[in-house]
Design a protein around this ligand. Structure first.
Ligand code: SAM
Length: 288
């Protein structure tokens, strides 16, 4: 694979531009500048984008790029960039490609060695996560969950087992059903859960609690508006070597033999005896 760092002389560029997720003021100066200066803006729905562009007095030509024409649009954008035109890609709201069209366009331009510039800004899952109060050091973004079948069951189980914050999108129609499906899995009711609703808009709201409490909230209040759901990790079931060592030291100090200590620690921490033995050998010598 070629690494690509330089702009191709005489060719245009593709700009991936984030737009607001509700509050029109959440445009960066650079986003406005870029949309004013490119030759063409590719957008999901020209009527939706026209409102944003009018707000910022941007009269750049729009072309459609949505789920139903993306391959064709990608070729059209490639041709324009090849002929020296700069093109911006936006979606109806937020960051393009994040559960929005654009992947085929970016992939094609990258494959052909053209420059793709990112103009960051609003992105609902990130905006929600940042204000959720849940751990953000490691998280998994799942987009929209599959609506039914094995794929849905597999994903819900994966979320149950996850040790990092899970972030996904859900429609107000399905929010209660999805939260209840998670709640029905073992040991889930106490997990921290946050739903960020109508972010950056007048009725922005964060529903925060345990999964049981958040389910109760949506049983009492009909879900409305756009939503991001976040689920915190359960208590860690991962046993590391340091934990085994502490338990082992205690068992040995209590006077148990090496093999009795290994047996007891393996049973109490639900780990294999061979894992405990791997740590026990130097100690076994001291206590034998
Ligand atoms: N690309 C977008 C982004 O960066 O936010 C996401 C597009 S996806 C098609 C639309 C979904 O994003 C909505 O159904 C909702 O789950 C979430 N979303 C978008 N705007 C939101 C907002 N203001 N508040 C909460 N969720 C939002």
């Amino acid at each position: 694979m070629d690494t690509q760092t330089n702009h191709k002389e005489g060719m245009g560029k593709l700009f991936i531009v984030a737009t607001p997720i509700g509050n029109l003021q959440d445009m960066t100066f650079r986003a406005v500048d870029t949309l004013k200066n490119v030759d063409v803006i590719a957008c999901e729905d020209t009527r939706t984008s026209r409102k944003l562009l009018d707000f910022y007095s941007i009269d750049t030509k729009l072309i459609p790029c949505h789920d139903h024409n993306e391959n064709k649009a990608a070729q059209q954008i490639l041709d324009m960039v090849q002929s020296g035109k700069d093109v911006a890609l936006i979606s109806d709201a937020g960051t393009p490609l994040i559960n929005d069209p654009g992947y085929h366009v970016v992939h094609l331009l990258r494959e052909q060695g053209f420059e793709v510039v990112t103009i960051p800004g609003a992105c609902s899952p990130i905006a929600a996560l940042a204000a959720s109060g849940l751990p953000t050091d490691i998280f998994t973004y799942l987009g929209f969950l599959p609506r039914k079948g094995k794929a849905r069951t597999a994903l819900l189980t994966r979320m149950q087992q996850a040790q990092d914050t899970q972030v996904f999108l859900e429609s107000p129609k399905r929010i209660l059903k999805t939260l209840q499906a998670l709640q029905a899995l073992e040991d889930m009711g106490d997990r921290p859960c946050v739903v960020g609703r109508e972010l950056t808009k007048i009725y922005e709201e964060f529903v925060y609690g345990t999964l049981d409490e958040v389910v109760a909230h949506f049983q009492a209040h009909v879900g409305r508006g756009e939503m991001v759901v976040m689920l915190g990790a359960g208590a860690s079931k991962v046993v590391d070597d340091a934990m085994i060592q502490v338990a082992l030291d205690k068992a040995l100090e209590s006077g148990l033999s090496a093999s009795a200590s290994a047996k007891q620690v393996a049973k109490n921490l639900d780990v294999t005896r061979s894992r405990v033995y791997a740590l026990i050998h130097p100690k076994a010598d001291e206590h034998s």
